[in-house]
Ligand binder design. Structure first.
Ligand code: BGC
Length: 460
């Protein structure tokens, strides 16, 4: 254990919980490779195709609500295990569903898993990590999302490759040659199972235990993961904050919660309005429409995914060292410049050269070390324990609604106004985000969760 109290056990616990992010990334990306195969097999019309994609998002919203209710009642740990089970059921259900209706139900379950994981995984890490390592440990969750996205691309590509080979048994021909989308979904059952098994060694969140008056148990857990002095100090901080909370009986409508709630919602929505998912999922199509020969769309997807993953590591290294706000400001500057540049290339018709690819990669890199992880970090560290899950759920709900809006309106905007205007729209929202982060967002680096209230109420 080092001086700040980061033991092997703390690392293991936070990494295990971060795997929820990997499943989130995998589940949301796998559909992009499977959708055409499913459409062909079930002869889906445009409406059914849209429904198959959006039922995952509907599931996310249900999952966020479920977590808001469950995790205060049954605890953080059980809620995380349940999210893992959702991924497992969904992956097996999708792989063996005999009709499109069953497939939709199974996708809905996966969406619920994603919604649950997106609230509970980073929140648990925020509650468990030592204050000076909290940024990097929540960024592990973002890293896991990027690994999940990349894994889905690779496993889809591998399965399409395998599908070219001919098998002898009729079951293998059915599964791998004719209905290749089935193993695409089934692959997720392996990390889901690993996730659920690894959770066996993850303790309950000490902060939640104190909130239900199980103080002794909470102290015992803290003593196993921090040096004794730090554990005792943290335990005192948590219990005295819990006592104050009991007297105050605060609610989400409390004036002291207003500022962090506004910050969380605005950051969540503007994270999506920079167009990240449009670029991740429609990137290869954008290149094609720009006239770049993308006979191998996967190459683009993999390059984008790899840059996304690599630059998240910068946030892991720097989020606690240089602070959340500096990374946000630098990252958003790069995001605005690269988006505006892409718009300019489309406006002037200079989209054939390498510059477009470079600008898009610059955009992804800047997102990966700033908006991507830091949004999740800040949302999860601002609120007091007694309101944390409710407040985080509201912010994450806003994020999923924004994901839905971009998914609905991006293709429409692209068709109606063209790529230049669409990129400039994303740039415009990111300029607003820059000023918001500069003027309104508060620096939370290095503070304990119990010190947050002071920052938001008194400004220090
Ligand atoms: C965002 C996701 C996005 C992912 C890409 C996350 O922080 O919330 O919408 O797909 O980053 O890495």
């Amino acid at each position: 254990m080092n001086a700040s109290g980061t033991s092997f056990k703390t690392n293991y616990i936070c990494m295990a919980v971060a795997i929820g992010g990997l499943l989130f990334g995998f589940d949301t990306a796998v559909i992009s490779g499977a959708i055409n195969l499913i459409t062909a097999q079930f002869s889906l019309n445009v409406n059914m195709q849209g429904w198959l994609v959006s039922c995952g998002l509907l599931g996310c919203i249900l999952g966020v609500f479920a977590t808001g209710i469950l995790s205060d009642r049954v605890g953080r740990k059980k809620t995380i295990i349940l999210s893992g089970c959702m991924f497992l059921f969904s992956s097996i259900g999708c792989a063996f569903s005999s009709s499109i209706q069953l497939l939709i139900i199974a996708r809905l379950l996966g969406g619920i898993g994603v919604g649950m994981a997106s609230v509970i995984s980073p929140m648990y890490i925020a509650e468990f990590a030592p204050a000076d390592k909290r940024g990097r440990m929540i960024a592990w969750y973002q890293l896991a999302i990027t690994i999940g996205i990349l894994l889905a691309y690779f496993s889809n590509a591998l399965l399409l490759f395998v599908a070219k080979h001919h098998f002898n048994s009729s079951a293998a021909i059915w599964f791998f040659n004719t209905e290749t989308w089935r193993p695409m979904f089934l692959v997720m059952s392996a990390p889901s199972l690993v996730f659920v098994l690894m959770l066996a060694w993850v303790p309950e969140s000490p902060r939640w235990l104190v909130s239900i008056n199980k103080n002794e148990k909470a102290k015992k857990i803290l003593l196993t993961v921090r040096p004794q002095l730090l554990a005792e100090k943290e335990f005192e901080d948590i219990t005295s904050a819990a006592k104050k909370a009991e007297i105050k009986k605060s609610s989400l409508l409390d004036p002291s919660i207003r500022l962090p709630l506004v910050i969380g919602i605005v950051l969540a929505v503007l994270q999506q309005f920079c167009g990240i998912n449009a670029i991740i999922y429609y990137g290869p199509g954008i290149f094609e429409s720009a006239g770049i020969n993308s006979s191998n769309a996967l190459v683009f997807q993999v390059i984008i995914g790899a840059v996304n993953l690599l630059f998240t590591i910068v946030a892991i290294k720097w989020a606690d060292k240089y602070g959340r706000k500096l990374l946000l400001k630098v990252g958003l500057t790069g995001i605005v410049l690269s988006l505006a540049g892409c718009g300019f290339l489309f406006y002037t018709g200079n989209t054939q050269g390498i510059t477009l690819l470079i600008l898009m990669l610059l955009f992804i890199a800047c997102f990966a070390f700033s908006l991507g992880p830091i949004t999740w970090i800040i949302i999860n560290e601002m609120f007091p324990t007694e309101l944390r899950v409710k407040a985080v759920s509201v912010c994450v709900l806003a994020l999923w609604i924004a994901v839905w809006m971009v998914g609905q309106f991006f293709p429409w905007l692209l068709a109606k106004t063209g790529a230049a205007f669409t990129f400039w729209m994303f740039a415009f929202f990111s300029i607003i985000n820059f000023f918001f982060c500069w003027k309104v967002v508060k620096e939370t680096t290095g503070k304990t969760l119990e010190e947050m209230e002071q920052i938001f109420v008194t400004g220090h």
